[in-house]
Design a protein. Sequence first.
Length: 216
Amino acid sequence: MDKYDCLICFIAAYAREIGANLSKTQLIKFLYLADLFYARECGKTFTGWQWRYWHYGPYCKEVIECIAKTQRKGLIFVEEGYEGEFFIKGSKFSSEHCEQNIPAEILLPLKHYIKKFAGDLTALLDYIYSETEPMLAANYGDYLDFSGAQKLPPLPKIHLPRMSKERLKRCRTLIKQIAKEREQILRKRMPAYLSPKELEIVKEVYRIWNEEESLP
């Protein structure tokens, strides 16, 4: 399998394994998201396809050709539904087998959004239209520009001084709150900065550390 087959098979297999319906239209949109997630971290798309704001959002002829090729190879299983829509009913391979050849920049966020949107095309399209950078910057008929894909900077490493188990537990709880805030930023694609709430948490962590270190 080439990288395109692996990506298509992974999405088909993972959706099947979590019990989610997956239409051909949804598969195309998840492949677009895979390219977006990769571009956010690496500055270019994974597939190299020329995505365009066409039909129901991101579309390109290459994705149609690759899905058809993967189907002809017998790597995915497809059934025709009502009104000519096609549904992907799984893959010859498990998602675990396929994910070995998928970059981590794609794998983790793609799993999250398949869980969130598989089976709900309306919500998936709403997310793509309103929260993905290439679509926000495009007009109907435009080719999509992935150069503006936002990348969140990594969280800085924090040195933890020696402290009592109780104070260490309190600090870890506060740091988890920051991580949760950052996760919400990632999901909503908000600007990458610390909110006032996060700043207060950081101040509290340092206050605890300073208090601990000042003890005899």
